[in-house]
Ligand binder design. Sequence first.
Ligand code: HEC
Length: 198
Amino acid sequence: MKKRRSLAAGLLAALTALAAAGAGAQTLPPAEAQRGMEMMQKQMSLMTPELVEKAKALSPEIRQFLAKVAARHSRHSETMTLTQVMQEILADYQTMASAIAMDSGEVAADAARRIADHRLPRGGMLPYLPLEKVNTQSLSVLPAMEQAVEGGARQLAAAAEKGDMVAAAQHLGTITAGCVACHNHFRGQPGTSARLRP
Ligand code: HEC
């Protein structure tokens, strides 16, 4: 377990460095920034007062980042939960991985672009995180995760479309590191039972 934790910390550091390298691409044109802020308002109107208070206390950088994510994604679900969105992402991830193995560049590129523009769940991501993780320090890892998964997916799409499956396979590794690091940080073991002895 200890080994796993130190590996996770190393992964996080590597992904954070990666995100910092791509930081120049983070600023949004004013119209898009405005749209993102409006979408955040809408998400907050769906949250309980307890969560709204936590969301309002986040640093301006994190709030801007969340607004950017809202503005950049074209599909906003009124009903779906984060688990349902994640399962859709997993289906696209599997399509993408098998298409790379099969040398089907177009299929891999389409699936990668669906991941980069994945659906957002009802109320955004915050309602589905443990409440104690909704603070500036915990959420400060999000840009690194986004860069690994969505940045990696866009690069994978470009490589696969050119038929460069070796590069595509390398980007698949970056994306997977993003899934793993985020789950380590925000999620416990899925599907545990209170009716088992520890
Ligand atoms: C920004 C953080 C983040 C990233 C990046 C992320 N996940 Fe998740 N994922 C979560 C959280 C949080 C949950 C738990 C949701 C819940 O229980 O409501 C989750 C749950 C899941 C689940 C549902 C079943 C389970 O294990 O709870 C699947 C499947 C999944 N993720 C797949 C993926 C895949 C594949 C990737 C990478 C392509 C990925 N995720 C990237 C945060 C993330």
